[in-house]
Ligand binder design. Structure first.
Ligand code: BES
Ligand code: ZN
Ligand code: ZN
Length: 500
């Protein structure tokens, strides 16, 4: 994990990263080097000769005179103020291109503190690599940046350390999410994910966190029929992980604080069960625990930020496998809380484990809101593509405040409806509910299924991150191939806004 700092100046690193944009009307390149002066004339000339465009995702390295390399990262169209997401991505693209180097200084336009934070975050997130499972080829791999310095004259004294600290936490715990997603199911099972989270909590040094776990025997005897049914086909037994964070109340100024529950889908591998998925693309289903990884890592991040809010997090963990013990289409299960579900399709397993966990989380009567995060439906990817996640809700006020923090964090979420007329398609002739309904609008139907497990008067958000959780194409901006860590930044942002 790279170390992030904010500094007033004095570039000591060999590498200086600056911005490059283009004035479309005049078609001239503009060097945006923030608070550091560079030889504009000289570099402009070289850049023109090299055919630089200043477009986003373009990264050009040129030998410098005072520093070893000057790296120009595209900001797109020239503007007096670049959005934070443009800065975040530009810093990320440059950091990605700097594998093999130890340290780099980033000097980009920083109009306010949030821009400085975005640059630090983008650089940190872009510096990610995952080489843990390389054997003989490990030594050939270049290591990512170890030290990231962001230059800001104005904002170093006024809170530079705090900016660096928050960016560091976001980066570190996004790495945790990505590492967990990228770890294959041969090495990541419900049991090992619990161990990994326990170790991460210990290592974090965060205070106020408690962890408890239910094993397969306890899940069965306590009536967690959804988690049990999904996990029973695998020799790797299911778990229900619970993490609670309570801030140190003796240090709080406020008398009343909010309590939020997070619930994350934790299918360590989704074969589809007896509704076996086609082999082509099945490997991506190692990412079906992205929701669980995000809510757990976000909880640790919130604890490290010492936010004045209580968080109660549940990760239902199971492996959806094929075997003689696997749940059959037509099996009827009894969910935690008593609802019966006819399992028509064992590949619609996420809603089964989430239903149990949602009901369990609501035993805490102090909840002010509940948020579930899941790689729930292929229909999400069809509807919104691989870079935009969906948010469904029973409470528009909560959704609007969520969309605001998501936007600020640079995570794309789009509101989706829960049309009542689709609900009847989940009726079963033999049980309280069927686990699949109308195929068209499958993302919304899945949301309506979950809604059955949430009290009407409890503000609830359902985040379907099926597409954005796992990048199967090329790296871009601060996003690597593989696990992305999507939703962590929005969850932390939501907790911050709720804690205000
Ligand atoms: N884990 C999948 C959803 C998914 C698909 C996530 C693609 C990421 C990328 C989920 O468990 C699933 O298989 N859903 C089914 C539901 C259907 C049977 C109603 C789907 O979307 O096809
Ligand atoms: Zn499935
Ligand atoms: Zn799944």
């Amino acid at each position: 994990m790279p170390k992030i700092r904010i500094s007033e100046g004095n570039v000591k690193d060999d590498i200086l990263v600056v911005g490059l944009s283009r004035k479309s009307a005049k078609d001239s390149l503009v060097i945006e080097s923030g608070d550091v002066a560079v030889d504009v004339k000289k570099f402009q000339r070289i850049l023109e000769d090299l055919g630089a465009t200043g477009k986003t995702e373009e990264v050009i390295k040129i030998p410098g005179s005072t520093s070893g390399l000057v790296v120009f990262t595209g900001l797109g169209e020239f503007g007096n103020q670049y959005t934070n997401e443009v800065l975040r991505r530009a810093a990320g693209s440059a950091a990605r291109e700097l594998v093999g180097h130890t340290a780099a200084t980033f000097s980009l336009p920083n109009a306010d503190e949030s821009a400085v934070h975005a640059i630090a975050e983008g650089a940190g997130l872009g510096a990610y690599t995952f080489d843990e499972f390389r054997g003989n080829t490990k030594s050939e791999r270049k290591a990512p940046l170890k030290n990231i310095t962001v230059i800001s004259k104005k904002y170093t004294k006024s809170g530079g350390a705090l900016i660096a600290q928050r960016a560091q936490i976001i980066v570190d715990y996004t790495y945790l999410v990505r590492d967990l997603i990228n770890t294959p199911p041969s090495h990541l099972t419900p049991v090992t994910i619990v161990n990994a989270i326990q170790n991460a909590v210990k290592k974090s040094g965060a205070t106020g966190i408690r962890i408890s776990v239910l094993n397969e025997g306890q899940l069965k005897s306590k009536g967690f029929g959804g988690i049990t049914a999904v996990g029973q086909g695998s020799k790797n037994p299911p778990r229900l992980l619970n993490i609670t964070y309570s801030p140190d109340k003796s240090k709080l100024k406020k008398s009343s604080i909010k309590t939020y529950a997070f619930v994350g889908k934790g299918i360590t591998f989704d074969t589809g069960g007896l509704a076996l998925k086609p082999a082509l693309g099945m490997e991506a289903m190692k990412s079906d625990m992205s929701g669980a990884a995000a809510v757990c890592a976000a909880t640790i991040a919130i604890a490290l930020l010492k936010l004045p809010i209580e968080i109660n997090t549940y990760a239902p963990l199971a492996e959806n496998m094929v075997s003689e013990n696997a749940t059959r289409p037509s099996d009827i299960i009894t969910m935690y809380g008593g609802k019966t579900v006819e399992v028509l399709n064992p590949d619609a397993e996420g809603r089964l484990v989430l239903g149990d966990a949602l009901v369990k989380a609501q035993e805490n009567k102090k909840l002010d809101a509940i948020i579930d995060v899941a790689t729930l439906t292929g229909a999400q990817v069809v509807a919104l593509g691989t870079r935009t996640s969906a948010v469904m809700t029973n409470n528009e006020v909560l959704r609007n405040s969520f969309l605001k923090v998501a936007e600020a964090s640079g995570e794309a979420f789009w509101p989706m409806p829960l049309p009542v007329e689709l609900r009847a398609s989940l009726d079963s002739p033999v049980a309280d509910l069927a686990n699949i309904g109308e195929r068209m609008g499958g993302m919304l139907v899945a949301g309506l299924f979950l809604k059955e497990f949430v009290a009407d008067d409890l503000p609830w958000l359902h985040l379907d991150i099926a597409g954005p959780a796992f990048n199967e194409s090329k790296p871009h901006g601060y996003t690597p191939v593989g696990g992305t860590g999507i939703s962590l930044r929005s969850l932390v942002g939501l907790a911050e806004s709720a804690a205000q």
